[in-house]
Design a protein around this ligand. Structure first.
Ligand code: PLP
Length: 404
């Protein structure tokens, strides 16, 4: 008799964005004339940069000629891409990460979700609360989290690290020492960042206690302030305790094209086993490489003109972030984020829950955002707006919210 993986049944409700999609669909059917503005899902709206398009065209032409055709890509990524990542993202920032420590993939979501496979089932995990739901959900599927408690909104075996206004939305060390620590900065959904001093404390903590930090830096390109680390490897000792995830999705609008990478340093071992070796084995067995044309497009992001073009896109979104944050503050909301990240985190008015505010904003302003409670128990009474819309729709949405 076939058995299903019953851990899946422990996942509470449907995935956050499916629930939002369903609510918006139902509202649109009931109100066909409503012009709904979506500042909810974190997908980008700007087209790919010209340098990326040129690289894609060039690579497609190469694939059409026998002498330059490429079949399977190397498991870990083409050298031309891994070298430029090593040089520009790491060595240029003083981080000694070699091309061979970089694993190219089709995005950070898969890597963040899959990385737990190389760790034993008995490990405890800690997550920022609130945070991107993939870390907890992928550990639930793997049977690492115990049962879900609907009342607290928590899984029994997960250590939640509260990120609140009191600690500037960057977590303190927990009393119980976790084995795996997921940190995400700039943070989705709060838009908060962590200072280098505070991140260094986490690195020291992980090295002292034998924990591994899984550091998601998908929004690194949005950091605008000095003193905020772009990579965990800017901290001393991180190569013996941290894995880092990066994505081209928000940096260069690759949400549909798909490209990302993970850094697993050679110095990182657990129980005498190299995590680099385990991840290489996993990658080689279950993944056949990101497409050549997409890796060429990724390399174009690092060219002088590509870099300039994607920085312009990031600046465009960050101007939206300013429009949203200023608009909210003027309208009397408590709002943070939006300076080093494309997310603005606002406190819901009065005692409204996150979902009540979602319904209120949808029905009264026809604006869609994301309820904070979908990101963890400490997200309750908060709400996320994203800066990835067009300028016109962002201004229009803020005008509607102001009129409320
Ligand atoms: N990590 C975080 C924190 C995210 O918010 C997202 C996307 O929203 C991802 C990873 C996924 O990135 P990718 O598109 O590369 O899979």
């Amino acid at each position: 008799m076939v058995k299903v993986n019953k851990n899946y049944l422990k996942l509470p409700g449907s995935y956050l964005f499916s629930t939002i999609g369903k609510k918006v669909r139902e509202y649109s059917q009931a109100h066909p004339d409503a012009h709904i503005i979506r500042l909810g899902i974190g997908d980008v709206t700007q087209p790919l940069a010209p340098a990326v398009i040129t690289a894609l065209h060039g690579a497609v032409d190469e694939m059409g000629k026998a002498e330059s055709f490429r079949g399977y890509a190397p498991d870990l990524g083409y050298d031309f891409l891994r070298k430029v990542i090593s040089d520009k993202d790491y060595k240029a920032r003083g981080c000694d990460i070699s091309p061979d420590e970089i694993f190219v993939s089709d995005g950070a979501k898969c890597d963040c979700g899959n990385i737990q496979e190389i760790f034993g089932a008995e490990n405890t995990i800690a997550v920022c609360d609130p945070v991107y739901p993939v870390y907890v959900d992928s550990n639930v599927m793997a049977g690492r989290t115990g049962e879900y408690d609907a009342e607290s909104g928590k899984f029994h075996n997960v250590i939640y690290l509260p990120c609140t206004a009191e600690n500037d939305f960057a977590p303190e060390m927990p009393e119980e020492v976790p084995d795996l620590i997921y940190l995400c900065f700039p943070n989705n959904p709060t838009g908060a960042v962590i200072t280098k001093d505070r991140l260094q404390k986490w690195v020291d903590y992980a090295n002292d206690h034998g924990s591994v930090i899984l550091y998601d830096a998908a929004y690194e390109a949005y950091i605008s302030e000095e003193g905020i680390p772009h990579s965990i490897y800017e901290c001393e000792g991180a190569k013996t305790c941290a894995i880092e995830f990066r994505s081209f999705s928000k940096t260069a609008g690759f949400t549909g094209l798909r490209l990302g990478f993970t850094v697993v340093p050679f110095d990182l071992s657990v129980e005498g086993v190299s995590l680099h070796t385990l991840w290489a084995r996993r990658h080689g067995t279950k993944y056949n490489g990101a497409p050549y044309i997409v890796q060429r497009a990724g390399a174009a992001v690092y060219s002088a003109e590509g870099r300039q073009q994607v920085l312009k896109q990031v600046a465009y979104y960050m101007e939206n972030a300013t429009v949203i944050k200023d608009g909210l503050l003027k309208a009397g909301y408590e709002a943070s984020g939006g300076v080093n990240a494309p997310y603005i985190w606002l406190r819901t008015p009065g005692s409204m829950t996150s979902w009540e505010f979602f319904d209120y904003l949808l029905s009264e302003a026809n604006v869609v955002g994301t309820p904070g409670s979908g990101f963890g128990p400490h997200g309750e009474h908060y709400f996320r707006l994203t800066a990835f819309g067009t300028r016109e729709s962002t201004i229009e949405a803020m005008e509607r919210i102001r009129k409320l």
